[in-house]
Design a protein around this ligand. Sequence first.
Ligand SMILES: NC(=O)c1ccc[n+]([C@@H]2O[C@H](COP(=O)([O-])OP(=O)(O)OC[C@H]3O[C@@H](n4cnc5c(N)ncnc54)[C@H](OP(=O)(O)O)[C@@H]3O)[C@@H](O)[C@H]2O)c1
Length: 262
Amino acid sequence: MGGAEVDSSSTPESRWSLEGTTALVTGGTKGIGHAIVEELARFGAAVHTCSRNEAELNECKHEWGKKGFRVTVSVCDVTSPSERQKLITTVSSLFDGKLNILINNVGTNKMKPTTEYKAEDFSLMMSTNFESAYHLSQLSHPLLKASSAGSIVFLSSVCSVISVNVGSIYSAAKGAMNQLTKNLACEWAKDNIRTNCVAPWFTTTPLAEPFLTDENMFKAIISRTPMGRVGEPKEVSSLVAFLSLQQNVVFPATMSVHNTQI
Ligand SMILES: NC(=O)c1ccc[n+]([C@@H]2O[C@H](COP(=O)([O-])OP(=O)(O)OC[C@H]3O[C@@H](n4cnc5c(N)ncnc54)[C@H](OP(=O)(O)O)[C@@H]3O)[C@@H](O)[C@H]2O)c1
């Protein structure tokens, strides 16, 4: 087996710890991102997160402080190039120019039949779901490389690989994310940056609420779900944390699929 050396002397305690590492999780105030912030912080990482709502960020920060988690926050609309740049400058100064983990979590959706989508729907969903993650990965590259053990995880979706009735733009953006994952996994492996993506099935978050509270949609979802239930944010965050752990050299370039997938 070529490539990175596996440290055969590592212990389970060192493999299952993020002590001493740094992480940026986008969109950490709600849903899956919130669960990821908590999961990484519980493993010992110093975490920075962002969203567009300052009051919610401060509320979350307060709660995380009470739990003993090391989490800093700042406002950033990830669709804005200047705000993305400002976010990475902040992260760089907080973490001394080194970032171990980048979780590209922010996502949004507006479901319509394809014939009804307008140019602004396309632009909003591509910039939120794909463009932002692309550019945040680019901007983070020097920090991830400087850490000597970098890891990127993208939040994709099952609709990136099969047809699910959630809208064609969202699905196409997630499909692009999968391919970006494969490219970065190969291109940046030489810089000791692993790249993975997680593709969840429906998970109980504010984003999924319109699908899960509509009786007919919920029935249709469950009929395609062998376990007969949707996912919980903590199930997704556990997988993201697993992929973030620095000793997981067994997953150098994979696409992981959440366990409640059809
Ligand atoms: N829930 C599901 O069923 C499901 C299934 C498959 C994949 N996913 C993916 O998982 C990820 C998380 O989804 P979720 O369900 O947890 O979403 P969510 O409940 O809507 O939470 C999204 C988070 O991102 C923030 N955010 C949204 N737009 C932003 C922007 N432009 N700039 C900065 N922050 C922004 C939100 O805060 P503000 O709105 O206050 O900014 C919030 O903190 C997404 O990529 C989604 O596509 C979700």
